[in-house]
Design a protein around this ligand. Structure first.
Ligand code: AMP
Length: 417
């Protein structure tokens, strides 16, 4: 595997998988350009070396069909501005042979949304999984995916994957394409390298105590990572909406709070496993309950085990926050995924903000802190604390899968594993 820092792109055409799946408003304006900025070190290195750039990405979920609302032409100007040079646009990612051939050193070509073709994701369309013909359709699609990846590969001399956000998918542009490049002509971009190293820090180079904070809405979507972390952490804070599934499992009344009633056994099992493994499980004990799911709702502080009928827990209470701080501030390794409350409502940000501030305190004191997963990133950004933690990951699903210990197909394809 080649290393981007050692590679000389002079005179080479590099096809780079970036994650330009940026949020747009209804007029097609970019509302957050973090992902474009994240790719710049890789893109600038290639251009500064004297290489030419072919950029490919997905945007949204067009499900294999052309959808002008998800056209990457909408971000062309923003990319040009970020790179400080003109960006050419190929309106069909499968029809860019001429444009790629004509590309000169220092020039940039942006391909249209890869997911306008079903081959990118490689899943058969318009056929149900239970249909007897599904397996044959899947096989056929895998062959078409190879051809699709081969065409993309034919545009360039070198392949760089810098899209950590999609590294957990075995798509044409994130993994299959790597088969069409020699080992010395494919590599991870700088952003990918940084992400992989941050995960390594959490999984391999653990300084103790290690505190993981898992929040968000549901326990069911986080169970894989919770189970994996149980073997590694000293303290595990479970907060946010999943608090109420635990409270109900313990026999509490949770009123209208978000609660997965079919996951009560799972919650009890997690509590049992934590005890067996000697993990200090910290669950919220009190909450800010609201009489409606609204920023302007009336509120009261109550025990998570005793929430009045018609009320719902929307944020962590003061006693819980104190308990969270006690295991975050002295920690030396910290992972945070998922908010402690409905932080999108300004009146219910206290718990998440207190967690972010405790992480910043610990980081100042020498801890390695990794914050990842869309909503926790939005949280630290909202509180202006993104620069005060060790690392903010751009990956949601990819980060969680990596921390679960799974090998990411996007990384494996480059490393030849
Ligand atoms: P996730 O995608 O699972 O990380 O969940 C993030 C979402 O969980 C955010 O949109 C929060 O508003 C939501 N959330 C956190 N705490 C609560 C709660 N107590 N009740 C309802 N939703 C919550």
């Amino acid at each position: 595997m080649a290393k981007i820092e050692d590679f000389n792109f002079n005179g080479k055409k590099a096809i780079v998988r970036v994650d330009f799946n940026v949020p747009l408003d209804e007029n097609g304006n970019i509302t957050d350009d973090t992902r474009i900025r994240g790719a710049l070190p890789t893109l600038k290195k290639i251009l500064d070396d004297g290489g030419a750039l072919i950029l490919m990405s997905h945007m949204g979920k067009p499900k294999g069909k052309v959808n002008p609302k998800l056209s990457l032409s909408q971000i062309r100007e923003a990319v040009a501005k970020a790179l400080g040079r003109d960006v050419k646009f190929a309106p069909d990612c499968m029809g860019a042979q001429e444009a790629a051939k004509d590309l000169k050193p220092g020039e940039v070509l942006l391909l249209e949304n890869l997911r306008f073709y079903p081959e990118e994701e490689g899943k058969p369309v318009g056929i149900d999984k239970n249909d007897p013909a599904y397996e044959a359709a899947k096989k056929e699609m895998k062959e078409r995916q190879k051809e699709f990846a081969k065409t993309l590969a034919s545009y360039a001399d070198v392949y760089v994957n810098d899209a950590f956000g999609t590294a957990h998918r075995r798509h044409a542009s994130t993994a299959v394409i790597a088969d069409y490049f020699d080992q010395q002509d494919k590599m991870l971009g700088f952003l990918m390298e940084k992400e992989v190293k941050a995960v390594d820090n959490i999984l391999k180079d653990i300084k103790r105590p290690f505190t993981a904070i898992m929040g968000g809405s549901k326990v069911s979507t986080k169970i894989g990572i919770i189970e994996n972390l149980m073997d590694k952490v000293d303290n595990l804070i479970l907060c946010g909406g999943m608090t109420y599934t635990f409270a109900k499992a313990m026999g509490g009344n949770v009123g209208n709070s978000i609660c997965e009633s079919d996951k009560l056994d799972l919650a009890l099992d997690i509590m049992k496993k934590a005890k067996e493994k000697g993990v200090n499980l910290v669950l919220g004990t009190d909450c800010v309950a609201a009489d409606a799911f609204s920023n302007d709702a009336n509120t009261q502080i109550c025990s998570v085990l005793n929430i009045p009928e018609g009320w719902e827990g929307l944020d962590a209470g003061p006693e819980s926050i104190k308990a969270f701080r006690e295991v975050i501030v002295p920690a030396k390794t910290i992972l945070w995924n998922g908010p402690a409350g409905v932080f999108e409502f300004d009146n219910f940000t206290t718990g998440s903000k207190a967690i972010a501030e405790a992480i910043v305190e610990a980081t100042k004191d020498g801890a390695f802190s990794l914050v990842g997963g869309g909503d926790s990133v939005a949280c630290v950004n909202k509180f202006g604390l993104a620069d005060s933690v060790s690392y903010v990951s751009t990956g949601g699903g990819a980060l969680l899968e990596a921390i679960e210990g799974k090998t990411l197909p996007g990384v494996a394809a480059i490393e030849g594993k």
